[in-house]
Every structure is written in structure tokens, then in C-alpha cells.
Design a binder for this molecule. Structure first.
Ligand SMILES: [Zn+2]
Length: 445
């Protein structure tokens, strides 16, 4: 029931008639967040002490925090009494057991991410917020309510957002791993009479040749986690004969949803996004890439993220004719890693998404500052590791190698891996950094 109320509230917010109404709402939310954070988080009670805010623009008076600060002050930042050690242990164990479902202590979703600054980032999202995510995307998607009930197949890449818990008369959600063979995905779509497919664009692409086997046509495809190119959107929409929209979300928050015209709008009522140039001046023009994207999650109080610097960068678009005043996104930069392709022993091809492969690497050692994966052929890989402690290199190489051996052999893949330790320099423009590079002749479309 709270989901339905939430749904209505989210619809109303979308119709804020002008910028000052949006800013007034954001300012009220920010003030209440800061009040909560300064009285419940040891870290913010120190860093935000005595800061006076009179309007949303004053947020610039607050310090920017980076991932290393988030991690080194993990225990003092979160307001729910979790320690870095226990959360890290839970996250790593989940990876090892491939147990991506369920809530920690029945209350939290633990999100693990690698970022451009290298090592792991850990994020806590309360169950209550996670459970409203499907409503956020439904309220913002412009999908007509006559399509109810929504029978959603959610292709999950690595960890659960808790979507699988939803099984109500109006919305049901089924979870499948993105590693599932194509035939099985089609079978599940037909068996579950799925009408909404949520999956990364690269997975939808794999379904293109077998789209004709879907008995009851899909009403909508929702993509996430990778950039959806315009041409690709048109192609998917033509072949599947349905609407294709995008959502943009991460462990740090639900950033944007597509409107009825299919344009991606920032969820300005859930997250405050600052786009800044190299001199930390605000970027308001469309079609210009900012140098910094700073996010303040207005709704997550378990782990308040106040002026958190993101790895992604976005480019704004012109105002949308749909009438919403929420800013529109033309492009998301920084998620262009290639997918790995391997030949299996039976001759078939196994794809592996870079974020899954990343997790195998980053959870095999605490001693990785940065890494890069280069695939030269369908059976050979080179992995570069930039260690934090240079004296333990051989130990590091061995732990990464043995972890990858376990994971890759479980897919019956034939491969050879060359692992080396060396310093990896990031380019000045972070959004250009590619952590996964696959030789052109093995990239399949
Ligand atoms: Zn719009």
C-alpha cells in the first residue's frame, strides 16, 4: 500500500511546474537530511558542524567527499551502526557464494562497486528504499496503467536490489542472472507471461536473433547499467515491437528515469546532482561534459551521501517537451567497458560482463589499487594489477589467479591468463579510462 502512495507522490513531483518549486523542495529535503546526519552520524556532526544554509545553492559550502573518505570513515558515516569489517565480510562472502539475493540483517542491501579510483566501495541501502525502486521506475516511465498487472523479468547482473521480493497482484518480479543461456531466458519469458523486461542493453542485443520466439509480445523493455545508444534503442524497439526506456541507477542512488517520451530525466526529488567544470563552477548548459559529478542522495539516511563525487559523468540535454522540469540527460559517460567473450570447451561462446569480472578481481585481495583487463583473443587474457603494497606482489598475483581459475573453470572455459603487477596511470579525463579492453575482432554485436 505504501508503494501505491509513493507511486502517486512520485507522479506529482514530476509535475513541479518550475525550477524554483523544485529547488524549494530539494532545499527542504536537504535541510532535513543534514539535520539527521549531524545528529546521527559522527562523521557529519564534525564536518558539517556550524554550516549555515539558506538556499539550495549553499550546498557548495559543504565539503565534497570521495570514495576513499567514504571507506575510511565508513563506521562514522553510517547511521545504522554497521562496521566496515562486518559489511566487507558480508559483501565478499556473498560474492564467493554467488548469493546476490536477500537483505543483510533483513534490513539492508549491501552494494559493492569498483570505481575509477580502484578498490572497493561499499554502500548501504535500507530495505524500505529498495522496495520503492520498482515504483519509482513505474511512476516515471510513462507506462500506461492499462498494462497492469506488470509481470517483470529483471535480469540481474551481480547483486540484488531486492526486486525479487515483489509478488503482488499488480506487480510481480522475477529474477534471472544475466549469465543465463538465451534459450532459458526465452523459456522464462514465455512461461511467466512477462510483459516488462529489465536488462542491460548488451543482453537485449543477445536476444535480438530469438525475439520471434517470444509468444506474448513485450510491452516495454527497461535497460540499465550500460549506455543505451540511440540507434540501439530504435533497433530494439523495432525488433521487439515495444517501447524501450532507460533507467540510471547505482548503489549511490536512483539517478534518473525515462519519461513518456523516452527521455532520461534526473530524479530531482530523490537525488541532488551538481555538475561542475574543472574549476568547480556549475555547468548548466546542455551538450557540455562536466568534469565532476557530485551527488547528494536526499532519501537514503542509513548511509548519508552528502556531496559525494561520482565516477560517472553526465551530459545534460535540452528541456524535454513532455513538460517535466526535471533536468534531462543526453549521455552518461564512463560506462563503456567491453564485454568479455570466451570459447567454451564445447565450442559455444560464453559472455562475461565486466562488472562481474571486476568483482572477482576486487574481492580476491585487499591489495589492489587499480587494475586493467585486456582480452587479446577468445582464450587469452592479460591482467594488470597496480598493488597498494608493492612487496606482496607474488602473493597478490596468486590470489587473483586462483580466484579467476575457480570462476572461469565453473563455466567450462578454456583460457590462459597472464597477470602482471605494474603502475597504472589514469588519464586526466577519467571518463575516458577503460578498464576492460577487448580486441576488436572478438567483440560481437
Ligand atoms: Zn520528458
Amino acid at each position: 500500500m505504501s508503494g501505491i502512495l509513493d507511486f502517486l507522490k512520485l507522479l506529482v513531483h514530476r509535475r513541479f511546474s518550475n525550477k524554483s518549486k523544485i529547488e524549494a523542495y530539494q532545499f527542504a529535503e536537504l535541510k532535513s537530511l543534514i539535520e539527521f546526519a549531524t545528529s546521527n552520524s559522527e562523521f557529519y556532526s564534525k564536518t558539517l558542524h556550524g554550516v549555515e544554509l539558506n538556499e539550495i545553492g549553499d550546498i557548495k559550502k559543504l565539503p565534497i567527499i570521495h570514495k576513499n573518505m567514504l571507506m575510511s570513515n565508513f563506521d562514522q558515516i553510517n547511521t545504522v551502526g554497521l562496521t566496515l569489517d562486518e559489511v566487507m565480510a558480508v559483501a565478499v562472502e556473498k560474492e564467493l557464494n554467488k548469493d546476490y539475493l536477500g537483505y543483510y540483517k533483513d534490513e539492508f542491501v549491501i552494494g559493492l562497486s569498483s570505481g575509477t579510483s580502484g578498490n572497493k566501495g561499499l554502500y548501504i541501502t535500507p530495505k524500505s528504499l529498495t522496495e520503492r525502486l520498482p515504483f519509482v521506475f513505474l511512476a516515471r516511465s510513462g507506462i500506461p496503467l492499462r498494462y497492469l498487472p506488470f509481470k517483470i523479468l529483471f535480469m540481474l547482473r551481480v547483486f540484488s536490489q531486492g526486486f525479487n521480493d515483489i509478488n503482488s497482484p499488480l506487480i510481480s518480479l522475477k529474477y534471472l542472472s544475466t549469465m543465463t543461456p538465451v534459450d532459458e531466458i526465452i523459456r522464462q519469458i514465455n512461461q511467466g507471461k512477462i510483459n516488462v523486461l529489465m536488462a542491460p542493453p548488451s543482453l537485449c542485443r543477445m536476444l535480438l536473433p530469438v525475439a520471434h520466439r517470444i509468444v506474448k509480445p513485450l510491452k516495454m523493455i527497461v535497460t540499465y547499467a550500460e549506455v543505451l545508444e540511440k540507434e540501439e534503442k530504435t533497433r530494439l524497439s523495432d525488433v521487439f515491437q515495444c517501447r524501450v526506456i532507460e533507467i540510471y541507477q547505482g548503489s549511490e542512488g536512483q539517478f534518473a528515469s525515462a519519461c513518456s517520451l523516452g527521455n532520461l530525466h534526473i530524479n530531482e526529488d530523490l537525488i541532488y546532482v551538481e555538475l561542475l567544470d574543472e574549476n568547480y563552477k556549475e555547468v548548466t548548459s546542455s551538450h557540455i561534459a562536466a568534469s565532476h559529478m557530485i551527488a547528494t542522495n536526499l532519501v537514503n539516511r542509513a548511509q548519508p551521501l552528502i556531496r559525494y563525487e561520482m565516477n560517472d559523468l553526465i551530459v545534460l540535454d535540452d528541456p524535454c517537451p513532455c513538460g517535466s522540469r526535471f533536468r534531462t540527460i543526453e549521455k552518461i559517460l564512463g560506462r563503456h567497458d567491453d564485454i568479455l567473450y570466451f570459447k567454451k570447451k564445447d565450442g559455444s561462446i560464453q559472455h562475461i560482463f565486466p562488472d562481474l569480472f571486476s568483482r572477482w578481481i576486487i574481492t580476491s585481495s585487499e591489495n589492489i589499487r587499480e587494475y586493467k583487463v585486456i582480452q587479446q583473443s577468445d582464450h587469452s587474457l592479460m591482467i594488470l594489477l597496480d598493488p597498494i603494497l608493492s612487496r606482496e606482489q607474488s602473493e597478490l598475483i596468486e590470489s587473483v589467479r586462483s580466484r579467476l581459475n575457480i570462476e572461469l573453470s565453473s563455466y567450462d572455459i578454456e583460457y590462459s591468463i597472464d597477470i602482471r603487477c605494474e603502475t597504472i596511470a589514469l588519464p586526466a579525463n577519467r571518463s575516458k579510462f577503460k578498464r576492460f579492453e577487448v580486441a576488436k575482432d572478438i567483440i560481437r554485436s
